[in-house]
Ligand binder design. Sequence first.
Ligand code: BGC
Length: 432
Amino acid sequence: MSFPAGFVWGAATAAHQLEGGNWNSDCWALEHAKPSFFAEPSADACDHAARYGDDIAVLAALGLNAYRFSIEWARVEPEEGAFSQPALDHYKRVIDACWSRNVQPVATFHHFTNPRWVTRDGGWNDDRFPDRFARYCDVAAGELAGELASACTINEINLPDSLGELMLRVKAKHPDRVAAAEQALGAPVESFFLFAGSETYARRASRAHVLARDAIKAAAPHVPVGMTMSIQECEAEPVETAQAAMRAYKQRVYAPYYELAKQDDFLGVQTYTRTLFGADGRASRRPPSGAEVTQMGYEYRPQALGAACRDAWAATRTPILVTESGIATKDDARRRAFIREALGSVAAAIADGVDIRGYVYWTLLDNFEWMSGYAPLFGLVGVDRRTQARAIKPSAVMLGQIARANSLDAGASEADFALSTSGAAVGLGVNG
Ligand code: BGC
């Protein structure tokens, strides 16, 4: 149950979900629309813009060796062509904080949010988008990429394709929210990433990825670059309509990006559950009856991770970095079981020849889960949002033990975790 030498062990975050005060982004505008698709505003989030040093110290003390974070375009280029040096300097300090604790910084250049000016012009549905994104990547990479361990261009580049049908239903059900969102954005709601699925999205997104990859490579040829994809385990009922629906789905949602990934240094795989295809020809994430369900309403399905890695590897032969895998639950014992089972499926895939270079858990801190607000708890570390105090969960300690040992044989005893919620087990106070 050992992992290959040099295996990457990390935790992931995204700027909008934990930095706080990302008011110049399209998502912030949507959160404040009345009525809104968002359960609550992101507000101060986890104040990570100020507390990143302590948070990275916790990650390092746990025993993890990588931190995946995102660079916020809305801060770096608040108006077209106007770049903010202090914003770039902030991310330099984040990178320095990682290296000072022997943590590899893995940066994502786009994680769902755009500056408001980009979205006002049509965002993901505007043909200027790829060049605009590339220009920002060029500037950000020129300042930051040389010091990165790896770079991800676009997070879950295929998510708009996979959300397409669901978002059509959501929009049809809530015309009042659509109207308020469009007023807040000054543009059609499809300009925002999560609603951007359309016939032409893949073309623009693919071009944005390729230009961004080239910009990062030009600045830092030695830094591995890839995109990340949302890849769930796919399973179809044993009837032709279901099988055909699954093939069509994979062809539309995965295949175009798998093709692109063949040119990249790695592919970021992000898996949360299983997608089922029924005889009615529809894709569904609705859990089978009797299945354990997470706070997100997903089926508890940790082994989906190994299945997704196998699918990606078979299609691309591009090395894989698991850039996200995680569970939203109040019960940390279920998180520990989920992590162990997901890692078991990764180890089995590696044993079968799948080239997986690392595992990055989503997420370091309980944070802003997009439209669901702060209720779902994905974090290894809890956050009291009134005081911003951090509380290390037993699952964090367990993952750190596995990481240090580079083996699933470590951290197996439940008794080890009884003391650890105070953070004592990693030698840190609750606030780092
Ligand atoms: C996203 C994260 C999100 C997570 C859990 C992924 O789709 O990259 O931003 O919080 O899933 O839902």
